[in-house]
Design a protein around this ligand. Structure first.
Ligand SMILES: [Zn+2]
Ligand SMILES: [Zn+2]
Length: 303
């Protein structure tokens, strides 16, 4: 099953050096989930060939403009392109008012349903669930109420051993039951135990998005064992004081959270416009957590 992340925008606050404000898309088996929608996100979707028709769920971390200024434009384009199916937006309550005000004064009547799901940030809650995925909020600490998002794959089906299908002549329609743990009864009535036919399922994959936040160890608690962690890394260590003042993190602090959480991989982003070269951010993070990459625009990472 495909489960990957494409970075559309990697910068904090002000766009700089061709870097756009925050936005990412997760692709789970062809379904697209957007996380934050900074200015210009739809241009980046076009550039990186993201299929917008498969985008039904958008998650907004907080109401600083660098995380949602692209949304009115994206929704407007959906409308002009005759979208008909509903679009879900998970965000702090104020966003509904902001978006509706735009459409009220532009006398825009949307052809599709825009469903707002209001996020609170007093405790982590499950805000989305389908057959294969759940999404929980992560409580972050920033200048506005802010939540991250933890995407978790549901427990996988067992893996069937391909050779056994031919060996026992297993009909196609029974494979799903075997993957769920059933034994197989062959044409002669012999029972073949599930353990002989299948392997343990692979560990469920998970992705945590944490932007924007001051260094907060409780975040690591909540995302223990996460496969891939994106954590904001607005500043280098030399500007650690500035990070604290503005409720942001340094690259080193992002790496400390990854280490505490026992994450498999760390992606850092939300870079300050003051840095053209990002090497120092990367190096400082790698000193603490070796498996770190820059979440640069256009890159796709397997979760
Ligand atoms: Zn921001
Ligand atoms: Zn912010």
């Amino acid at each position: 099953m495909q489960f990957d992340l494409t970075i559309l925008g990697s910068n904090g606050a002000i766009p700089a050096y061709d870097r756009f404000p925050s936005s990412q898309v997760l692709n789970y088996n062809g379904n697209i989930f957007m996380i934050d929608c900074g200015e210009g996100a739809q241009f980046r979707m076009n550039k990186f060939n993201i299929k917008r028709g498969r985008l039904d769920n958008i998650f907004i971390s907080h109401l600083h403009g660098d995380h949602f200024f692209g949304l009115v434009a994206l929704i407007t384009s959906f409308n002009l392109n005759w979208r008909e199916h509903p679009l879900n937006i998970y965000a702090p309550a104020g966003l509904e008012e902001i978006i509706n005000l735009h459409f009220k004064h532009s006398k825009t009547q949307l052809r599709f349903e825009l469903s707002f799901h209001h996020i609170t940030n007093d405790k982590p809650v499950k805000i989305y669930e389908d057959n294969v995925l759940t999404v929980e909020t992560i409580i972050l600490r920033h200048r506005l109420p802010t939540t991250g998002f933890l995407f978790k794959e549901k427990t996988n089906l067992r893996k069937i051993i391909a050779d056994k299908i031919t060996e026992y002549n297993i009909p196609h329609q029974t494979i799903i039951e075997i993957k769920k743990g059933a034994d197989f009864i062959d044409a002669a009535g012999n029972k073949i135990a599930n353990a002989e036919l299948t392997l343990e399922p692979p560990n469920p994959r998970s992705y945590a998005y944490c932007s924007d936040t001051i260094y907060t160890e409780s975040v690591a608690e909540q995302i223990k064992g996460v496969g891939t962690l994106y954590h904001e890394a607005t500043f280098i260590e030399e500007h650690a004081e500035r990070a604290t003042e503005t409720f942001h993190s340094t690259a080193k602090q992002a790496a400390q959270i990854a280490k505490l959480a026992g994450a498999g991989k760390l992606l850092i982003g939300h870079f300050s416009a003051r840095y053209e070269n990002l090497d120092t951010l990367l190096n400082e993070a790698r000193e603490v957590f070796a498996n770190t990459e820059l979440a640069e625009e256009g890159l796709t990472f397997a979760v």
